[in-house]
Design a protein around this ligand. Structure first.
Ligand SMILES: [Zn+2]
Length: 308
């Protein structure tokens, strides 16, 4: 870290994922001044703190100035205890991550759930720009969500606003019940069905063939029947899960992020599949890909100190 005075206009954002750490330095107006990626240490809390410190140092060296630090993380900080809760990077759970980072980085740090950062970014100048209400969804290693209304994150007393991934799959059929066991201890959470690993596990259960999400998508484009059926089951489950959220929050737009947001068929299919489950006469449902792609999470983290 450089010890030069913090430039109030320089916003540093970190996106801490299960397998990678992305960092960005944004100048005035949101221009990217520096950016880096590195592998995330797995299962090692102290190494995670050190890796974030190294990332901040690199960004500041390249940007030539210090800045505010915002961090998007799996799970969230419990307002009651100050400790991490709900992280699928489970080695963070129960740790005083915010306090430890502030000591390590020698400055105040703002933290938010990674899906909240994604939603904030896409609402500010992404696919949800100009929309009053945005539901940002991450379909990656896990399944997160964030709600933005009037340009502000909805962050309630438990810091779980928009966390739909551990609700059960709604309108489940007999063969979807009770559903796969989730890391959270329950069965049939949406995450076990609609995340990347959920999609892969479903394909393997039904066909006996282990494929990655990328392989499933590529084979579907070549017209392979089995993978097409897998993607149809996945789209149906995702549509039911999203319809549940629409019936509560009624967002102007839903923006998908994470690895599975690259599945191009979802944007036309989901509104059609959701409509029968939405409690409205003529649903006008908008589901969009992220405008800022993989960079949304890290940009939203930087903007925890104020959007441009
Ligand atoms: Zn769960």
């Amino acid at each position: 870290m450089i010890d030069s005075p913090v430039d109030a206009a320089m916003r540093l954002g970190i996106d801490l994922g299960g397998s990678k750490i992305a960092g960005v330095a944004l100048g005035p107006g949101g221009a990217t001044v520096a950016e880096h990626r590195m592998a995330a240490p797995r299962g090692d809390y102290a190494a995670t703190l050190r890796a974030i410190g190294d990332m901040i140092a690199k960004l500041e060296q390249e940007a030539g100035a210090g800045g505010t630090v915002g961090i998007g993380m799996p799970g969230s900080i419990s307002p009651a205890s100050g400790l991490v809760q709900n992280a699928n990077s489970t080695w963070l759970n129960g740790k005083a991550f915010g306090r430890d980072l502030e000591i390590h980085l020698r400055r105040p740090v703002r933290l938010a759930n990674d899906a909240n950062c994604f939603a904030l970014s896409e609402a500010a100048d992404g696919a949800g720009a100009g929309s009053r209400s945005v539901f940002g969804v991450i379909l990656g290693t896990g399944c997160g969500g964030g709600l933005v209304f009037d340009s502000r994150l909805i962050d309630g007393p438990h810091s779980i606003g928009g966390e739909w991934g551990h609700n059960p799959l709604p309108w489940a059929t007999a063969d979807e019940h009770p559903g796969p066991l989730c890391w959270c201890g329950r069965n049939g959470c949406l995450e076990t069905w609609v995340s990347g690993p959920g999609l892969e596990a479903d394909h393997a259960r039904v066909t006996g063939v282990a494929l990655t999400s990328e392989e499933i998508a590529a084979r579907a484009e070549r017209g392979e029947t089995q993978v097409r059926a897998t993607l149809e089951r996945h789209a149906s489950r995702l549509a039911r899960g999203l319809a549940h959220v629409v019936n509560i929050f009624d967002p102007s737009v839903i923006v998908l992020g994470g690895g599975l947001s690259k599945l191009a068929h979802l944007y036309a299919e989901l509104p059609v599949r959701m409509a029968p489950y939405v409690f409205a006469e003529h649903p006008d449902l908008r589901v969009k890909p992220p405008r800022c792609g993989d960079a949304s999470g890290v940009r939203g983290a930087a903007w925890l100190w104020g959007t441009p």
